[in-house]
Design a protein around this ligand. Structure first.
Ligand SMILES: Nc1ncnc2c1ncn2[C@@H]1O[C@H](COP(=O)(O)OP(=O)(O)OP(=O)(O)O)[C@@H](O)[C@H]1O
Ligand SMILES: [Mg+2]
Length: 384
């Protein structure tokens, strides 16, 4: 007889695909409207909130509606040349994807660049590799990037009427490599009213520096801003209970909410805990004991990372973090906090700023919380 094992119905780590993609319908509709109409948008969210999942869903929707689009991630770029290559690949695979198989025409287009890339294509015309060669001294890669993005503009203007867009995921990397590189995009945006660019990033202070500084912000006024928050408790609970049932197990009352709380609502961690709760439930019901087990396993898995993050903080910062983990904290500089961590108002504020910038703490519902529920668990006495 064939095995009756039902696969685990939860999913974490890689971007969420259709069945796992829950909520976010408003955001999806907004992205789609922007991308089909030559507008620009800046998407900001902490890590693991589901940016890429949302962007991939937007990419699918835009294609379905006849738009030409693609997504580039700058996460592995470490130089301006890397960015130029990543963009070139993204443009060929994405907005110019309809030229697949028409290699001659593609080559003609990319030959207009001031530095010509070498590209190899498979028999079916799919791009296999692309490189601008060795980093030649004296090349201004920012100009090459301008050329690459202008290919989008040509595509939008001349032959076709389909809307053209490109998603730049982990865009804060451009700014980290060079603020000048980020500036390039501001000029490009002004020059290309019919092309839609979506800039997404996770390091909030860098994204904010680009978006909100009227003097030096590369993305100041280039488009609308979207801050991606947590998925609401009710929506996530509905998803968790539905998926558990798909996997042939029931979630006991309150268990889904317990998972959500333990993960502090971070989408990736909610899914991770649901996954391990499902695995550790021996029978057909997922109960509190299974969640408890999953939390321990997940915290255990991330222990080294937590030790490292914690170890890099000053003692004052460590004390403040532990205090927030264990107490309802409405003001980080209040007298209770100062007394508990034994420092002045100014030092408490400075410590809070470091923790917030590192996205270790955040304010939510007028209190300060440890951003990661799993880190909060690790900080508690239960893990000594
Ligand atoms: N809309 C969603 N519904 C359900 N789960 C989601 C959703 N979006 C994200 N998740 C969960 O979060 C995980 C991470 O999603 P994703 O990779 O899209 O986040 P990200 O913000 O791009 O993360 P990173 O900062 O690491 O790039 C997914 O594997 C999934 O478990
Ligand atoms: Mg991502």
């Amino acid at each position: 007889m064939a095995s009756t094992r039902v696969p685990n119905p939860f999913h974490f780590g890689a971007p969420a695909e259709d069945v796992h993609f829950t909520d976010r319908l408003d955001q999806l509709a907004r992205l789609k409207a922007v991308m089909l109409n030559g507008q620009n948008l800046i998407l900001i969210a902490p890590r693991r909130y589901g940016k890429t999942s949302l962007l991939l869903a937007a990419e699918r929707e835009v294609r379905k509606a006849g738009g030409r689009t693609g997504r580039v991630s700058l996460i592995k770029c470490a130089s301006e040349k890397d960015v130029a290559e990543a963009l070139m690949k993204g443009v060929i695979d994405g907005p110019l994807g309809w030229l697949r198989g028409r290699v001659e025409e593609l080559i003609l287009r990319i030959s207009r660049l001031r530095i010509r890339p070498t590209a190899t294509f498979s028999d079916s015309g799919t791009l296999e590799s692309l490189s601008f060669g060795r980093d030649i001294a004296g090349v201004n890669w920012r100009e090459v990037i301008v050329d690459v993005i202008r290919i989008l503009n040509d595509a939008a203007q001349h032959e076709r009427t389909e809307p053209v867009s490109l998603i730049l995921d982990e865009f804060q990397k451009a700014y980290e490599i060079s603020p000048l590189l980020a500036d390039v995009f501001k000029d490009l945006v002004d020059e290309m009213p019919r092309v839609s660019l979506v800039f997404a990033g996770s390091k909030r202070h860098l994204m904010e520096a680009m978006v909100s500084d009227p003097e030096r912000g590369a993305l100041y006024n280039v488009g609308s801003k979207m801050y991606l928050g947590k998925i609401a408790l009710e929506d996530f609970v509905a998803y968790l209970e539905r998926q558990a049932a798909v996997g042939g197990k029931a979630m006991a009352g309150g268990v889904a909410a317990r998972i959500y709380q333990a993960a502090a609502g971070i989408p990736n961690d909610v899914q991770l805990l649901a996954f391990w709760s499902f695995e550790s439930a021996p029978g057909s019901s997922i109960d509190d004991a299974a969640v408890e087990h999953a939390v321990r396993a997940a915290v255990g898995d991330q222990r080294e990372e937590f030790e490292e993050v914690f170890g890099k903080l000053s003692l004052t910062q460590q004390r403040l973090l532990k205090h927030i983990a264990a107490n309802h904290t409405t003001a980080v500089t209040g007298s209770v906090v100062q007394a508990a961590i034994g420092v002045s108002h100014t030092s408490a504020r400075a410590a809070a700023e470091v923790l917030e910038r590192a996205q270790l703490i955040q304010s939510q519902d007028s209190a300060w919380i440890v951003s990661s529920g799993l880190l909060r668990e690790w900080l508690s006495d239960a893990y000594d």
